[in-house]
Design a protein around this ligand. Structure first.
Ligand code: ADP
Ligand code: MG
Length: 233
C-alpha cells in the first residue's frame, strides 16, 4: 500500500522549475534514496512531502491527506504527528539545550512526555550522544548535532521519515554508520524512509532509488547503477 503519492507536482521559483510535473509514490514502510546533483530539486521535494512548502500545481497525498489542499493549521498538525525531518543544515534551536530541542515536538503536540523522554535517552545512548543532551547545540560538533537531530526526528516514531543529505558533513565511515542506523531505526519503527542525497555511495545502500534531474525523475524513476552515470556532486 502506498503511503505517499506525488501527482504531477510542479514548483517554480521565479521563472525556473524546481520541480516539473513530478510523479512518484512511496510504499508504506519501504525505504528510498532519491539521488540528484545539487540544484536538481531534492530539498524542494522533501519540503513538499513534509508540508513545509506547497506545490504550485499537482497533488501531494500522504496517508490519504491531500497536503496541497490543507490549511496551514492542519499542515502543522500533519508535520507534528506524521513526519520526522532531518534537515540538511541543522535545525536545533540555539536557545535550548538538546534535550529540550528533542522534546519540543512532543510538547507542541501535547503528548505525554515521559515515554518520549525514555525513547530519547535510548536513542541518544544508541547514537553515542547521551553526553550531549544537557548541552546547547553550539557546544556540539557538527556530527554530534546531526546525531541529536536524528534522535529528535525519531523520538515520536514518525510514519514518514524525511532526510535531507543526512550524511552531508560526515566522513565516509560515519556516513555509512548513519545511513545504516536510519534504515534500521525506520524498520524498527515502521516508518517509511526517504533519504535525498547527491552521494551515489549513500544511494546504493537502498534497493529502491529514484534519480532527480532538473526537477524531473530520470529513467522512469528507477536508477540502475550499471547504466546510469553518477551525477556530479
Ligand atoms: P537540491 O536540494 O537538489 O540542491 P533544491 O530543491 O534546493 O535542490 O533547489 C532546486 C532549484 O530551485 C535550484 O535551482 C534552486 O536554486 C531553486 N530554489 C530552491 N529554493 C529556492 C528559493 N527559496 N528561492 C529561489 N530559488 C530556490
Ligand atoms: Mg538540497
Amino acid at each position: 500500500m502506498s503511503l505517499v503519492q506525488v501527482e504531477k507536482v510542479s514548483k517554480k521559483y521565479g521563472d525556473d522549475y524546481a520541480l516539473n510535473q513530478l510523479s512518484l509514490s512511496l510504499e508504506s514502510k519501504d525505504q528510498y534514496a532519491i539521488l540528484g546533483a545539487s540544484g536538481s530539486g531534492k530539498s524542494t521535494l522533501l519540503y513538499l512531502l513534509g508540508g513545509l512548502e506547497k506545490a504550485d500545481s499537482g497533488n501531494v497525498i500522504v496517508d490519504g491527506l491531500n497536503l496541497s489542499k490543507m490549511s496551514d493549521e492542519k499542515l502543522a498538525t500533519y508535520r507534528n504527528e506524521l513526519v520526522g525531518f532531518i534537515f540538511q543544515f541543522h535545525f536545533l534551536l540555539p536557545s535550548m539545550n538538546c534535550e529540550k530541542n528533542i522534546l519540543l515536538p512532543a510538547e507542541i503536540g501535547a503528548k505525554k512526555i515521559g515515554p518520549v523522554r525514555k525513547k530519547c535517552y535510548e536513542l541518544a545512548e544508541y547514537l553515542g550522544v547521551t553526553h550531549c543532551l544537557k548541552k546547547f547545540p553550539y557546544q556540539l560538533s557538527g556530527g554530534e548535532q546531526q546525531r541529536v537531530n536524528i534522535v529528535r526526528a525519531l523520538s515520536l516514531k514518525p510514519r514518514l521519515l524525511l532526510c535531507d543529505e543526512p550524511t552531508g558533513n560526515l566522513d565516509s565511515e560515519n556516513s555509512a554508520k548513519v545511513t545504516g542506523l536510519l534504515k534500521s531505526l525506520a524498520r524498527e519503527f515502521g516508518s517509511t524512509l526517504a533519504v535525498v542525497t547527491h552521494d551515489p555511495g549513500v544511494a546504493e545502500k537502498f534497493e529502491k532509488r529514484f534519480v532527480l534531474k532538473d526537477g524531473m525523475l530520470s529513467q522512469e524513476g528507477f536508477f540502475h547503477p550499471t547504466n546510469e552515470p553518477p551525477p556530479a556532486p
